[in-house]
Each structure stands twice: as C-alpha cells, then as structure tokens.
Design a protein around this ligand. Structure first.
Ligand SMILES: C[S@@+](CC[C@H](N)C(=O)[O-])C[C@H]1O[C@@H](n2cnc3c(N)ncnc32)[C@H](O)[C@@H]1O
Ligand SMILES: [Zn+2]
Length: 479
C-alpha cells in the first residue's frame, strides 16, 4: 500500500523526520519549482526507498533512494554529456512501473546497457551481425550481471567491481573511467580541490555536489570530523545510485540535469562544489545563477575548469572558456581563481591557498586547469587539523594505484602503475608524491591499521602508501 507524506519543512534539519524525509523536504521540481509529496512503493527486494514524487505539474520516480528529477530518458550518458552510450527508459514509464510494484525491474531498466561482443563492431560494419540481435543479447547479458550484483549484500560487491562493470572494455563507456574513479581519492586534481573543499565550514545545511559522479567528495564531507551533510546531483542514474550504495551512503543523491535548473529549494544549501565537470554544462550562466539561488552568499567551488586556449579540448567539441571569461561569469568582485598545479602543492604543504596573492590574469595564458571560488570569504580559514589528511578520511587501505610485488617477512614491497595511457597522461603528477617502488614495514602497517589516529597511520597516509576510502570501496583482502 502506498503511503503519502506531505512535507512542509524548509531546512535540512527538521525534527522528527527520517534522513530520507529531510532530504525530500529540500527538493523542488525543476519545471514548476514546487515542492513534492511522496508516495512510497513497497519494494520487492530489501533495499532503499522506492516511490513516486508528485508536484503541481507531474510525477517523478524514486528508485532505490535516488529521485530522478528530469524528463530526458534515464540511461548511460557519456561523461562528457555529448551523447548517450545507451538510452534507457522514459521517466514516465518508470513511474508506471512503480505504480505496478515492479521495483527491481525498474531499477534494472535504469542500469542496463548492451554489452558489446568481441568483433561485434567489425561484423556489424560488414552486415554480418544485425544490430537489433546483438543489442538484445548484450542487454540480456548485462541485465543478468546486474541482477547478480544487486542480489548480493553491499560489501560482497564493492565500488571497484561497480566501476569495472560500468567501464569494462565491452561497456561502450571509456575504460579510463574505472581507473579515474578508483584512484580518485589520491590523484592530483582531488588534492587540488581538497585544498579548498576542506575549508567548507560545518553546517546543518548540506553542501551541494554538482555533477557528483560517484560521490567521492560526499564521502569526504559526510565522514570528516566536522561532518557536513551532502547532496550530490548527476545526469547519470547509475553513478548517483552507485554513489549512494558504495561510496557515500550518508549523503543523498539526485539524478538530474544540472544544466536545466537545480532541483533544490532556495537557500537550502551551505555551499556548493562542481569538480571536473563545469565544461560539460551547456548553459553555464544558468548554473551559476542557480547555485547562487540555492546557496546565496555561500562559497561555491568550481574545481578544475579547463582553459579553452590550452590543449587538449575537453570535451572534444568545446565547452571550456578563457580564464577572463570564467572570471566575468563568476563575477569579478565576488570570486577568486586559483591555479590547479599550485593547489595540490598547497594541499601537501598544508598551506591555505586563500592566504596567497592571486596570480595575474596574463600569467594564466598557458595554465590548462584553474579553480574558481565564489564568495571565498565565506570559506573557513581553518583547514584539516595537523596530522589529518583529506585523503586519509575513511577506512585505511593500500593506495589502489600500488600493487604488492613482494610479501617479505617484515615488509611489503610495492610498485606504482597506471592502468591506462590516458590515466598516466592526465594524472602523471601523482608520481611526484607517491613511491614508484615502495616498502611498507609491517610493524608500522599493523600500528596504522589498529589505530587510524596513530603517528604510524599519519605517516603512511602522508606517504600515500595508505589512503582512506569508504567502507565498501575495494575488496577486503587487498592488503
Ligand atoms: C569527470 S566526472 C566528475 C565527477 C565528480 N564531480 C568528481 O570530481 O569525481 C564528470 C561528471 O559530470 C556528469 N555530468 C555531465 N554533464 C552533466 C549535467 N548536465 N548534469 C549533471 N551531471 C553531468 C557526468 O555524468 C560525470 O559524472
Ligand atoms: Zn512540477
């Protein structure tokens, strides 16, 4: 039976509500800007919330804790927002499926994509393999794999398996993404963003993570000592869903197009971050205006935006601006820019980028990546405490970029290796602060794992031998 809950709460911290109800209370319809009532649908398997959100103008599905607040089909959309890898179900068909109680099938519809078979491309081009048959067979194969995956407890399947599933060579997605999301907590661009993100003040209101991917920032925000609620939004359902289940279970996620107006109530957030994604938003002025609406006068960090005048273009068909154009867009009198290759060094040296004199615009001519902050004065001067590293927040595990080459009686010997050429190109600076050939003394390792607050832990995290990750990120036996 469906249960209807009407929400009249405007803040994130309403008394007597579940965390899910508080989350729903800050959402609004991207079309009519009205609030929602929620009718829950009992799920046919034991998982997150399912149901239907109703506003003045229509209805939207909530699938396994993730509201889908958009009108375009759900599916697997290229990270570069330049086409669908696979167009999935229409949102209204999902609403109908939920009304009929078909929760698992609705979830599978959102996640499935046709697996490619070896030689399929060549055979199809030679007209030896009809597209519709291979598409059907590929979809059936993925669906069976997904059914197995969701049938297992979280923990048996870990985030790494999910990345490998969605970015396998046969997925149609770019396989580099598996490496990107696995190494995300330790690559230079994460550290660059963290030089700023660690300065969000604690708040009852959530930080909004725009184009959140798998929610790595939301893991940090919800698990750091000054924990802060977080809401991530992404165009891709499979990422928002994966983020909630495997990366940041305490945060909440919405599947929506961040370029089409934000589905959050005015003044509902304490700040915003948009990392490694601003280039993919077609209407940048609208997004900046929307961020100001949902988090007025609060800091918004647009991390790693690309300079159009420096190669490579990202995405391929354009989307970047020049440094002065970004500055005009963000508002010269209430924003600041930072050079990304300086930010990760600030992070490692524990110096605040806010204390430095800004570089001149002319000096940015050959800088590829910059970060902009609006209302930087609202960031806290205080970063993480001494010995605490953002990349050490969570469960300590061997840095996934390392492999154990020799297991000696007293030490583990490790080797650093990127998996893809693109990974090595994009994140080459990681080698500057991570041992190429490392040695981890087992006594120190035991101390570190037994007490994450110990000097041993701080030292191994400082060396990037260990990093902090969500509970179910990598297999338990990876060390
Ligand atoms: C390179 S990933 C970055 C993910 C995350 N922000 C991070 O730093 O780990 C780019 C993300 O942008 C998302 N994206 C692209 N266009 C979008 C749009 N219009 N609205 C919401 N998300 C979008 C993609 O789905 C992808 O998850
Ligand atoms: Zn509406």
């Amino acid at each position: 039976m469906n249960q209807v809950i009407n929400h009249v709460v405007s803040g994130f911290a309403g008394a007597g509500m579940t965390s899910f109800e508080k989350f729903l209370s800050v959402l609004q319809c991207p079309a009519c800007a009205g609030g929602f009532s929620f009718a829950a649908t009992a799920s046919d398997h034991d998982v997150g919330n399912y149901g239907i959100l109703t506003c003045r103008c229509g209805q939207y599905p909530v699938i396994d804790d993730v509201p889908i607040l958009m009108t375009r089909p759900v599916g697997i959309i290229s990270h570069w927002n330049d086409g669908a890898v696979h167009a999935g179900p229409a949102v209204q068909d999902l609403v109908t499926a939920l009304k009929g109680g078909a929760t698992t099938e609705a979830l599978l519809d959102c996640l499935a994509f046709p697996r490619k078979f070896p030689l399929q491309g060549r055979l199809t081009r030679a007209h030896l393999w009809p597209v519709s048959i291979s598409e059907k067979a590929g979809l059936a194969q993925t669906r069976a794999g997904l059914r197995r995956m969701i049938g297992q407890p979280v923990g048996k399947v870990v985030a790494k398996d999910v990345f490998n599933f969605f970015y396998s060579r046969r997925s149609g997605n770019n396989p580099y993404n598996a490496e990107y999301f696995l190494n995300r907590f330790a690559i230079p661009r994460y550290l660059s963003a963290m030089a700023l993100v660690q300065r969000f003040s604690a708040s009852e209101k959530p930080v909004l993570d725009i184009a959140c991917g798998y929610g790595h920032f939301d893991h940090y925000l919800t698990r750091r000592r000054r924990s802060t609620p977080a809401i991530g939004v992404d165009l891709n359902f499979y990422q928002a869903w994966g983020a909630k289940k495997w990366v940041a279970p305490d945060a909440w996620f919405v599947c929506c197009d961040a370029g089409a107006g934000l589905p959050l109530k005015s003044d509902s957030c304490s700040g915003a971050v948009c990392s490694d994604a601003f280039a993919y938003i077609p209407d940048k002025a609208l997004l900046v205006q929307e961020v100001e609406r949902v988090a007025p006068m609060r800091p918004a960090i647009y991390a790693r935006v690309g300079n159009r005048e420096v190669g490579p273009p990202n995405p391929r068909h354009g989307g970047e601006l020049r440094p002065d154009e970004y500055w005009d867009l963000f508002g010269r009198n209430h924003s600041r820019y930072f050079v990304d290759v300086a930010l990760w060094k600030d992070y490692l040296m524990r110096s605040s980028p806010l204390d430095k004199e800004p570089a001149t615009l002319q000096s940015l001519r050959w800088e590829k990546y910059l970060s902009y902050v609006t209302h930087p004065e609202a960031l806290s001067a205080q970063g993480e405490e001494a010995r605490v590293w953002c990349h050490g927040v969570g469960k300590l595990v061997l840095n996934p970029v390392l492999e154990i080459t020799t297991d000696e009686p007293g030490a583990l010997c490790t080797e650093f290796m990127f998996r893809t050429v693109w990974g090595a190109y994009e994140d080459a600076d990681m080698m500057a602060y991570t041992d190429r050939w490392g040695r981890i003394e087992k006594t120190e390792l035991r101390h570190a794992l037994a007490d994450p607050e110990s000097a041993a832990a701080s030292s191994l995290v400082g060396r990037f031998a260990l990093i902090g990750v969500p509970e179910h990120f990598v297999p338990g036996d990876s060390m």
